[in-house]
Design a protein. Structure first.
Length: 324
């Protein structure tokens, strides 16, 4: 290695170091010009965008929610027509109702996708502030009890009940295979969404079959209702059980109305959908209840239900924890 080569390389390194230092300085200047980029600072800026301190119910919210201007909502966004994605946008009964509630509260309700059976855990871990996901209000959920094991797994939640629905059965169109209600499901295969009222009901009905010395119901549980529908569409099961709005929507739109048919008559086990709020959050719970009540009073609630053809599920009075 000659001395001149060494000097050239040293000079090259020196120019590189100067350029790097200049780039760092420029970056620092850019960050300074853009303002503080910490999570807290970004959250404050987002709050300014989301908040409307003049909204009629803004002052009812807890102070921390007022400051952030945001509520994180846990939801299984695969449950047409209650919540689903269309052209990349979250839409459906719950998101549309949430928009109406935002106007009353003055804060944004931000939907986060998750499988249904993880939502209660997400509330417990404070990943979500509330859950709004076609969730049936039940005593087990109110008390934090796992319906499968009967064991207490958390403090439970309070429900603001905003729709009244039941569960329905549907089969392939023209292939009911003798199914005409839950009493005719013994020995049949049924698909459900895991952790739902349909899942619990199927297990109860299967035990009743065995008690009557009949074959149990073969239950296949899936992470979401779309998977259960696919299983039925391909002939893997004899029927699917879903909440009535979901079943009616699937029968109406799947295959242009040629894939499925409702069986078994009127929805079974009518029960309320509730917005779930962790125990101990009474101020937030009461503000949300007031928001739903205001949407009913100003007519936006009825518009949402009319849009999604579920006006028969409307409640006249918003109750807390009315599920059994």
């Amino acid at each position: 290695m000659t001395a001149s080569t060494t000097r050239r390389r040293a000079a090259g390194r020196s120019r590189t170091a100067v350029a790097a230092a200049a780039a760092v300085a420029a970056s620092l200047m850019l960050l300074s010009a853009c303002g503080d980029q910490t999570d807290a600072a970004v959250a404050k800026r987002e709050a300014k965008k989301n908040r409307n301190v003049h909204a009629p119910l803004f002052k009812l919210l807890p102070k921390d929610v007022q400051e952030i201007g945001l509520l994180q909502v846990g939801s299984d966004i695969t449950y047409k027509p209650v919540e689903f994605r269309s052209n990349g946008k979250v839409t459906g009964i719950d998101p549309d109702l949430a928009v109406a509630m935002e106007k009353a509260l003055g804060v944004k309700l931000n939907f986060n996708n998750a499988t249904f059976d993880t939502l209660m855990g997400g509330l417990k871990s404070q990943r979500y502030d509330i859950a709004m996901s076609a969730m049936t209000d039940t005593k087990e959920r109110q008390e934090g009890i796992d319906s499968s094991t009967g064991k207490k797994i958390g403090q439970g939640v309070d429900f603001i009940d905003y729709l009244n629905v039941g569960v329905s059965l549907y089969t392939q169109k023209g292939k009911a295979n003798g199914i005409d209600g839950w009493e005719t499901l013994c020995g049949k295969k049924i698909a459900v969404q895991r952790g739902t009222v349909s899942h619990d009901l199927a297990k109860d009905k299967s035990k009743a079959c065995e008690k009557d010395d009949e074959e149990p119901i073969a239950i296949e549980a899936f992470d979401n209702d779309s998977e259960a529908q696919t299983r039925l569409r391909t002939g893997g099961v004899d029927a699917v059980s879903s909440d009535y709005p979901v079943a009616a929507y699937a029968v109406k739109v799947s295959g242009g109305g040629k894939d499925f048919q409702m069986v078994g008559g009127a929805p079974l086990k009518a029960a309320p959908y509730g917005i779930a709020v962790p125990k101990g959050q009474e101020k937030l719970r009461d503000a949300l209840k007031a928001a739903v009540e205001l949407t009913i009073k100003n007519g936006s609630y009825a518009k949402v239900l009319d849009k999604w053809d579920v006006k028969d599920a409307a409640v006249k009075e918003v109750k807390l924890n009315s599920g059994s």
